[in-house]
Design a protein around this ligand. Structure first.
Ligand code: FMN
Length: 382
């Protein structure tokens, strides 16, 4: 029986017509080549998920010092563009459309990975170990960014956005969430600056706003989204003024006519969600807090997200484990469970391109090969 759930009806994102309201959230999977070029396997993975209304491609670094972990993707050389073009062409051939998330890790980075000292708003190290090619190591103290670094980094985001469009993406998502560089500027515990980029909320939101403006100037505002995660404590973030910080950011962004604002863990029961929805005039993508990974739980969460005023619903793990997620939700068919967490970041096809679709023969879950077991405790959620 086919369901007529509201989120499965057609939707619109600027000039893009979407077949339904479900967006694949960005999912870092560490399957790129050593220099950050997307591998052919990645084209297979994304093409399998072309049924998403929109795919937001995983965090991709706009410059070498912004790289978080080994084998994450990058978008600052011609070779990166060629690798990503393979991915966007495969997705387009499957009837899909893609944005790319641009992410600078800031202090979430390590010289063992990049050969460079990480940079951040202030010299406050990540209070955790960090995944490197030599396993988990203590984080190093980042170098405080100068005014020139700030300008150059915004320009790197803009150049990366141009390259993303060259590579066939419909647009880019500026990653200002989950404790990475832009979020480090937003949060008081990681931003101790006393210049025009630190102190009151109006100054802490400035870097995200300027990066977004630079990217919008480069490729057009209707091709640019921004991802935020109010209150998220991942990667050592502590916000003590979430309820005023994000309204200040929305006030800076709302006049830009962006493609969308994307909220991680969007919870309609919070004051900050209601305030952002009320203040944001454009498309809001809500990534709901899922009560479980079953068909019923995902259906309920997506329905409630739209009832709470979101325009589109982003899902991460359901798309990770179900290449044909939309078909399954339409049919009310069961979802594949997410296999071992460590397969998320280990490289290789196991736990990546071998999740079966409904019409595949169920394959017996192959154990990881010894060469894929390099990261028993992979990086934190990007
Ligand atoms: C394996 C994995 C990789 C992720 N990579 C990213 C990423 O690159 N960028 C990002 O903003 N969030 C990333 N996230 C967070 C997801 O986009 C999403 O917000 C989170 O999984 C919650 O949604 P879900 O409950 O639908 O999975 C990642 C999450 C997982 C599980």
């Amino acid at each position: 029986m086919t369901r007529t759930t509201g989120f499965l009806t057609p939707a619109r994102l600027g000039r893009l017509e979407l077949p339904h309201h479900l967006v694949m959230a960005p999912l870092t999977r560490n399957r790129a080549e050593a220099d950050g070029t997307p591998s052919p396997l990645m084209a297979t993975h994304y093409a399998q998920r072309a049924g998403a209304g929109l795919i937001i491609g995983e965090a991709s670094t706009p410059n070498p010092v912004g790289q978080t972990y080994p084998n994450i993707t990058a978008i600052h050389t011609d070779r990166h563009v060629a690798g990503w073009r393979r991915v966007t062409e495969a997705v387009r051939a499957g009837g899909g459309r893609m944005f790319l998330q641009l992410q600078h890790g800031g202090r979430v980075s390590h010289p063992q990975t990049t050969g460079l000292t990480p940079v951040a708003p202030s010299s406050v190290p990540l209070p955790e170990t960090i995944f490197t090619p030599r396993g988990r190591l203590p984080a190093v103290t980042p170098r405080e960014m100068t005014a020139d670094d700030i300008r150059a980094t915004a320009a790197d985001f803009a150049a990366a956005a141009r390259r993303a469009v060259d590579a066939g993406f419909e647009g880019v998502e500026v990653h200002s969430a989950n404790g990475h560089l832009l979020h480090q500027f937003l949060a008081g515990n990681t931003n101790r600056r006393t210049d025009g980029y630190g102190g009151p909320v109006e100054r802490r939101v400035r870097f995200t706003a300027e990066v977004t403006e630079a990217v919008a100037d480069a490729i057009g505002a209707d091709r640019v989204g921004v991802r935020i995660s109010p209150g998220n404590t991942v990667n050592g973030i502590e916000e003590d003024d979430t309820d005023v910080l994000y309204p200040a950011l929305v006030a800076r962004l709302r006049g830009l006519d962006l493609a969308y604002l994307h909220l991680v863990h969007a919870d309609p029961d919070t004051a900050v969600y209601r305030r952002i929805r009320a203040d944001w005039p454009g498309v809001l993508i809500g990534n709901p807090v899922l009560p479980g990974l079953t068909t019923e739980a995902v259906t309920r969460a997506a329905t409630e997200m739209l009832s709470a005023g979101a325009d589109l619903v982003a899902l991460g793990r359901p798309f990770l484990a179900n290449p044909d997620l939309v078909t399954r939700l339409r049919l009310g068919a069961p979802l594949n469970p997410v296999r071992d967490r460590y397969l998320m970041y280990t490289g290789g096809a196991t736990g990546y391109t071998d999740y079966p679709a409904l019409d595949d023969q169920p394959s017996s879950p192959a154990g990881p090969s010894s060469s894929s077991m390099v990261a028993l405790d992979g990086p934190r959620v990007a």
